[in-house]
Design a protein around this ligand. Structure first.
Ligand code: F6R
Length: 598
């Protein structure tokens, strides 16, 4: 996964500050180690590259001390790592350099043929110091430069030899240029009057500019006097108009909040409204494509899959329409069902999830139509789709999906209503639900959930049940709890627990029960009773308290919007569990926000 950044400027910005800020913003992509390389090019001295690398997250105190050693610079590159090849060590952290420190490289992705390239380079006298696949890149580039090729040509030859998915940024001491390329991993360039940027994601440099150029696969970008773009295969120069990002830098900042997670949870009172107030024409257009398709497949991973699964109930209940829901990683097994007029609706916050991109590639081979629902503008998924619907949740920095999940649910609810020819009614229902959201952020509500978090933090297992529309909510609630607290949590349809897993219920095992006042109410309470009879501690998430509940989480009375209204208290609870247990809510261990590996 990993986050990468490159900067070349003529303003008075110090590259060290720009890169450290960018890396901090990109840390959601990986945070087991990090590194930065800057060019020292003061007129008094010979140019040289200075490097700083460390294991762990970017800690401010250490950085400030170490940062001084790097001084000031006008250009450099940086990397925050989610290890794939080679253990988490300082040596394996990026940048990887040539032995003479003239070329430094940061890389996101995997060079699949690195062993072959490494042996080839070793035969030609190159010495390797790390276990990474990345280290072949600086050596290969050096090899072609030493052959006398012009720099862009040497970079092109280098990238043509790499197999796999990658985004790479190179700092070349001799030319004092930054070169970057992508194939399958995200990369975006940015510019203002004086400074040039390239990074895995826009928030890394959003503080300095909103003008961006999204790169396509097999493109090489050179930051020098301006931004030059080349096609890697043909070597031809390319021209591209820039896009202007609508996100504001403030949206990507923590402000007065201790963590992005709680900030983004609270932002839902706005993001849900933004998702509702979409372009009706676009919603109607997707609904009509669904109606006319030979099978519609909603595809997602993790939380986005849970949103898709919720959609299958919404479409059945509201529009009396069957849709298929498939996990991104399982989608290739379904392609024999696809036809030219099948419609694939990939749902993804990042638009970079490798399993989703693979699913889209497979569907494109069958010439099926792709209409994606995405949060990140310019993402790979958006660029691969025939059409895209932007859910407009704003930047989500915390690794956990919170506001993007509820925005997905809003868009899918609108689509279900639109498919039934009742879009306005759907909008009104959703706006009614949105009016309740603010109540979740009143101090007394938060205090209640914090108290519950303290009570259940000592347990090793948590169960969550829900029926019908709230079965996917149970899956999502369990995912939220486990990924951020590291307490094992499992979600079930209410009727399923008794088929085996009820054996795990012990005295006081916390069990969340989604009990909306709908057709599932009585049955889910019976399921809660089965758990209570075996000693379980019942936490009822319901508009109405009930004597079965040992703890009651009140939620508004609503029907088709209950998946939206029921998940928010659990997001808040998961946050308090993480804080109570001393976990980092924004960067849970072993995770990254964009899962760009298979
Ligand atoms: C959970 C979470 C993940 C993502 C999943 C898909 O909180 O964030 O499960 O939902 O990795 O990511 P996107 O939506 O970016 O494709």
């Amino acid at each position: 996964m990993c986050g990468i950044i490159g900067f070349k400027g003529t303003s008075n910005l110090n590259a060290v500050d720009v890169i450290l800020h960018g890396l901090k913003t990109l840390e959601y992509r990986g945070y087991d180690s990090w590194g930065i390389a800057v060019l020292q090019n003061s007129p008094a001295k010979k140019p040289s590259i200075s490097v700083l690398k460390a294991v762990g997250k970017i800690g401010l105190f250490d950085d400030l001390k170490k940062k001084k050693k790097l001084g000031t610079s006008s250009m450099g590159i940086g990397h925050t790592r989610w290890a794939t090849h080679g253990a988490v060590t300082k040596t394996n952290a990026h940048p990887q350099l040539t032995a003479d420190k003239s070329i430094a490289v940061v890389h996101n992705g995997i060079v699949e043929n690195y062993q072959e390239l490494r042996s080839w380079l070793e035969e030609r006298g190159y010495k390797f110091s790390s276990q990474t696949d990345t280290e072949v890149i600086p050596h290969l580039f050096d090899y072609y430069l030493k052959k006398g090729l012009p720099e862009e040509e040497a970079a092109r030859k280098t990238f043509l030899r790499l197999k796999g998915h990658y985004a790479v940024v190179i700092l070349n001491k001799s030319s004092q240029k930054i070169l970057a390329a992508k194939n399958g991993s995200p990369l975006v360039a940015g510019f203002n009057d004086k400074d040039l940027f390239v990074a895995s994601d826009v928030p890394a440099f959003l503080k300095y500019t909103r003008k961006v150029i999204f790169l396509d696969d097999m493109e090489l970008v050179v930051l020098n006097d301006g931004i030059s773009l080349f096609d890697i295969k043909s070597g031809r120069r390319k021209r591209r108009k820039h896009d202007t990002i609508s996100w504001s830098p403030e949206q990507a900042k923590k402000g007065n909040y201790p963590h992005f997670m709680i900030k983004e949870i609270e932002e839902q009172h706005e993001s849900i409204r933004r998702a509702i107030n979409q372009d009706d024409k676009k919603i109607m257009e997707i609904a009509s494509q669904i109606k006319n398709s030979f099978g519609t497949f909603f595809v997602g991973c993790g939380s986005s899959f849970h949103a898709a699964l919720t959609a299958s109930y919404l479409f059945s209940m509201i529009a009396n329409k069957h849709i298929n829901v498939v996990l991104g990683s399982e989608f290739p097994n379904y392609i024999s069902f696809l036809k030219k007029d099948s419609l694939i609706i990939p749902i993804s916050q990042s638009g970079e999830t490798a399993d989703i991109l693979d699913a889209v590639r497979a569907a494109k081979k069958k010439k099926s139509k792709i209409y994606s629902i995405v949060n990140v503008m310019g993402s790979s998924l958006m660029r691969m789709s025939d059409h895209t619907f932007l859910m407009n949740a704003g930047p989500e920095i915390c690794v956990l999906s919170t506001k993007s999940y509820t925005s997905q649910l809003v868009v899918l609810t609108l689509l279900a209503y639109a498919s039934a020819g009742r879009l306005q009614e759907g909008k009104e229902e959703l706006l009614k639900a949105a009016r309740h959201v603010e109540d979740y952020f009143k101090p007394e509500y938060g205090a209640r959930l914090k108290k519950l978090a303290s009570r259940i933090a000592k347990y090793h297992h948590i169960f969550v049940i829900g029926r019908s529309l709230n079965y996917p909510t149970a899956l999502e609630a369990a995912l939220k709890i486990k990924e951020v607290s590291y307490i094992h949590a499992e979600g079930f349809p209410g009727g399923e627990l008794k088929h085996g897993s009820i054996a795990l219920i012990e005295k006081n095992t916390p069990c969340f029960v989604f009990a909306p006042m709908d057709e599932t109410y009585h049955e889910i309470l019976s399921n809660a009773m089965e758990i209570k009879s075996r000693g379980g501690y019942i936490i009822g998430v319901s508009p109405k308290d009930n004597k079965i509940f040992d703890f009651h989480i009140p939620v508004p009375k609503d029907h088709f919007t209950s998946p939206i209204l029921n998940i928010i208290p659990i997001q808040i609870l998961a946050y308090h569990l993480a804080v109570k247990l001393g976990r980092d809510p924004d960067k849970p261990r072993n995770l990254a926000k964009s899962v760009t590996v298979r």
